[in-house]
Design a binder for this molecule. Structure first.
Ligand SMILES: Cc1ncc(COP(=O)(O)O)c(C=O)c1O
Length: 381
């Protein structure tokens, strides 16, 4: 064996893989990983198949097909009021994860510090570290995961290069509010700090709240990479299609990495998605669709001993379980899957230090009958 110096020593299989395997081994209902158990719209599949039959089977342009970039430009401008130039400020990626990787690879150098808000989606920290960057986690706490910006300020140093935000947030369902945006503007004004804004759940937001995108605040737009995912938007997580928005000077650097890593993304899917999303109701109705699922799941869970945490967006519902026991959240998740046949994710997995507030995350992007069957099992706890 040739010795290599691992870029990520200590990284093993993620909790998502572990829980999904346990779910399969125990024939459990899998509410752990974040993907729908229902299919995407057959019309969308027809559009992609039609593109393949019509011969769109060779490399797409490096930045993505113009049809899809135009649809994204129109959607972004009508939703947030600020325009992105499809020629120079929009790039189609192989999912949100690749957009995150590429934005970080384009900007983070050895010794740069990146502030993240935990509980955080799992790819941020390893990607930063693999690039030689330093992760500065700011830990948020259950039950409301509010951001204390005075404390965030203390994490800033001369080496702070970037802040990563995620709203609606996976796993907590928390959304950024106007006061968070005002603080962010204040904190970054007159600095060279970049923002990576993971907005993959932008259209899954509840109770009439508006998603506050970095795209709609000129001062933030100028320093932000915004990441989106068609997997979340179209119930097609397996397609791994997404995009990045950024002002042209940042996008220029993003594309330098993109063209030698991915080069270009699946052509027929881009053609099909562009045609499908030219009808705005197809993304505007997503909030209602998932709000019904959230409301149903929350109502069903009131029959259990779990305490429900707020859920303002995303398709995740977090719960605490102090009426059930004081096992660690990992032990609780393992017991749930082995003894009761329902898989969840322990939220400590989203903290570098595995901070345990005794919170579990369930994914409710599931058919009504799946949610009902899962809760039938959970009431036995
Ligand atoms: C917060 C967040 N960001 C990014 C992603 C990745 O998106 P994609 O599947 O398009 O790579 C996910 C997927 O679960 C997510 O929850």
């Amino acid at each position: 064996m040739i010795p290599i110096q691992s870029k990520l020593p200590g990284v093993g299989t993620t909790i998502f893989t572990v829980m999904s395997k346990l779910a399969a081994d125990h024939n459990a209902i899998n509410l752990s990983q974040g993907f729908p158990d229902f299919d995407c719209d057959p019309e969308l599949v027809n559009y992609v198949a039609e593109a393949m039959k019509n011969g769109f089977n060779q490399y797409a342009p490096m930045a993505g097909t113009m049809e899809l970039r135009n649809v994204i430009a129109a959607k972004t401008e009508s939703t947030y009021g600020l325009a992105y130039d499809p020629e120079t400020e929009i790039t189609i990626t192989s999912g949100g994860t690749q957009a995150i990787y590429t934005a970080l690879a384009a900007t983070i150098n050895a010794g740069d510090e990146v502030i993240i808000f935990e509980p955080a989606y799992d790819c941020y920290s390893p990607t930063i570290r693999s690039l030689g960057g330093l992760v500065k986690p700011f830990e948020l706490s259950a039950p409301d995961y509010e951001i204390d910006w005075n404390m965030v300020k203390k994490l800033f140093s001369v080496n702070t290069k970037m802040i990563i935000l995620n709203s609606p947030q996976n796993p907590t369902g928390r959304i950024l509010k106007e006061n968070d945006i005002a603080e962010l503007i204040k904190l970054t004004r007159n600095t060279d700090i970049l923002i990576l804004s993971d907005e993959v759940y932008e259209h899954i937001i509840f109770d009439g709240e508006a998603h506050l995108s970095m795209a709609q605040y000129p001062e933030l737009r100028e320093r932000s990479f915004i990441v989106a995912s068609f997997g979340k938007l179209l119930h097609a997580t397996g397609w791994k299609l997404g995009y990045c928005l950024a002002p042209d000077y940042l996008m220029k650097e993003f594309r330098k990495i993109h063209q030698f890593n991915v080069f270009s993304v699946n052509t027929p899917m881009q053609i099909g998605v562009a045609k499908y999303l030219s009808v705005p109701s197809r993304y505007l109705e997503l909030a209602d669709f998932f709000q019904q699922k959230r409301d149903l799941f929350r109502k069903l869970l009131t029959e259990t001993k779990f305490n429900l945490l707020p859920c303002n967006g995303s398709y995740f519902q977090c719960v605490t379980y102090n009426k059930i026991g004081d096992l660690s959240d990992k032990e609780m998740a393992i017991s749930l899957v082995k003894d009761f046949g329902v898989a969840s994710i322990p939220v400590s997995a989203f903290y570098i230090r595995n901070t345990d507030h005794h919170v579990l995350r369930f994914c409710f992007a599931k058919k009504q009958e799946t949610l009902e069957k899962a809760v039938e099992r959970l009431v036995k706890l």
